[in-house]
Design a protein around this ligand. Sequence first.
Ligand code: ZN
Length: 113
Amino acid sequence: MHEMALCQGILDIIRDRAAEEGFDRVAVVHLCVGALSHVDPHALEFGFDAVTRGTLAEGAELKINRPAGQAFCMACSQTVTLAARGEACPACGSHQLMVVAGDELRVEELEVS
Ligand SMILES: [Zn+2]
């Protein structure tokens, strides 16, 4: 499962921050998962629970922020906002879109206890 590997990566980031900042318990993890990323937030939550068991992030709450994406439409030459991957251009209905933002996944903030 692709989300499992992502969760492992998130845990690595948390561990690196813990080593740098000297905390040993994480209460809340704020994630930014772009609306156009190929990530299923439910699978991410499930994977996160499994991967963090027995670690400093065990039982931590995941808060997933899903910003809308942006794409450049090659048919009408506009930058448009897309709520989900696979949507057509809201201005002209074309599918000739090039995603320019909203496919990212990153850790935005950690609340430590
Ligand atoms: Zn268009």
